[in-house]
Design a protein around this ligand. Structure first.
Ligand code: DAH
Length: 339
């Protein structure tokens, strides 16, 4: 038995291999269940009791020796000397291609970040909505033209299942299950039945903001708007509020910022007025608070809503709305260096 062990050890010692496949073949030949080392272990049963200790030890040593040898062969194949000498190991690695974020995502992120510095948190709602959340709870009269088939996509001809036309629907969803103080912004996609052109699309993105608490005033709204405009477009930006109408706010206003292309001097972008419109806003109509279960005698609030495409156009001068959804890499790659 000892002789057999020594013979096998000598044989294993002289093994060589030049490919990983050869190493694997050796492993099978010697160390697998039916390999020659394992077979010797089977013979161990017939060894007389007084020799068992000595032979057992020799067998274990053989097995370890064979395992080390075969591992050693495998490692030597992986080692540096085996690397193709024609490869240039000093060459710098090929740069990893960097992706870019979509311009609308960049701007949405920036809007969220500005409002979160004022304590607003993000709320989301479904894109497939019902009449109550998109219109009725927001004080739209039953015959309001926005409910019209021309504006709204209805699903399966059911007037109560529709694609939201604005993210104001998230306001009512949040107010229904939260009591003030409420300070949320709602970014999301909205849909309108419009012919697609450079200036209109059947889907686009909005961010809605809502603040409801005791004693919220128009002054709070104005200060929030000014802060937002200056963070977004730079500290030299001025704002202007024009009276407007929305069913869900009273009073309502539209906000213009001083044209950030010409600095307010007048250019073709601002139609030589020096101002560009960027959002709608107002004090939440008490009817909306009451419809959503918030006591309008105790609480007041302001709301505002803006189009993300509009803000993005102002920041990056994208002239054609269709660019945002065409997945043209030449367009998207221009935003590689943007945040
Ligand atoms: N929902 C309006 C729209 O889609 C935007 C808007 C205007 C939202 C005034 C508001 C607001 O919250 O107060 O045109």
């Amino acid at each position: 038995m000892i002789e057999k062990i020594n013979l096998l050890k000598a044989e294993i010692e002289s093994l060589t291999a030049s490919t990983p496949e050869e190493v694997e073949a050796l492993r099978i030949k010697y160390l697998s269940k039916k390999g020659s080392v394992s077979l010797l272990f089977n013979d161990f049963r017939t060894v007389p009791a007084e020799e068992k200790r000595m032979i057992g030890q020799a067998l274990n040593e053989l097995k370890n020796f064979a395992t080390d040898k075969i591992n050693g062969l495998r490692e030597s194949l992986d080692s540096v000397e085996n690397i193709d000498p024609t490869l240039d190991l000093t060459r710098t690695a090929a740069p990893l291609p960097l992706g870019s974020r979509h311009p609308l995502s960049i701007v949405r992120g920036e809007i969220i970040s500005i409002f979160s510095r004022l304590g607003f948190t993000v709320a989301e709602g479904p894109e497939i909505e019902d009449d109550w959340h998109v219109f009725s709870s927001l004080n739209f009269a039953a015959d309001h033209p926005a409910r019209d088939m021309q504006d709204t996509f209805f699903i399966q001809r059911n007037p109560d299942v529709l694609l939201r036309t604005h993210t104001s629907s998230v306001q009512s969803r949040v107010m229904e299950h939260t009591q003030p103080p409420i300070r949320i912004i709602c970014p999301g996609r909205v849909y309108r039945n419009e012919a697609i052109s450079a200036r209109a699309h059947c889907f686009f993105h909005q961010v809605e903001a809502l603040y409801v608490d005791e004693n919220v005033s128009f002054a709070d709204l104005k200060q929030t708007l000014l802060y937002f405009a200056r963070e977004m477009f730079g500290p030299q930006t001025s704002i202007r509020l024009r009276p407007s109408y929305f069913p869900f706010t009273e009073p309502s206003a539209e906000m213009d910022i001083s044209c950030n292309l010409c600095g307010g001097k007048g250019c073709s972008f601002c139609k030589h007025t020096g101002w560009v419109e960027i959002l709608g806003c107002g004090m939440v109509d008490p009817n909306v608070l009451d419809a959503c279960g918030i006591d309008s005698r105790r609480y007041s609030g302001f709301a505002l809503g803006m189009g993300v495409e509009r803000i993005t156009n102002l920041k990056y001068q994208v002239k054609d709305l269709r660019m945002f959804s065409e997945n043209d890499r030449r367009f998207l790659e221009e935003f590689q260096s943007a945040r």
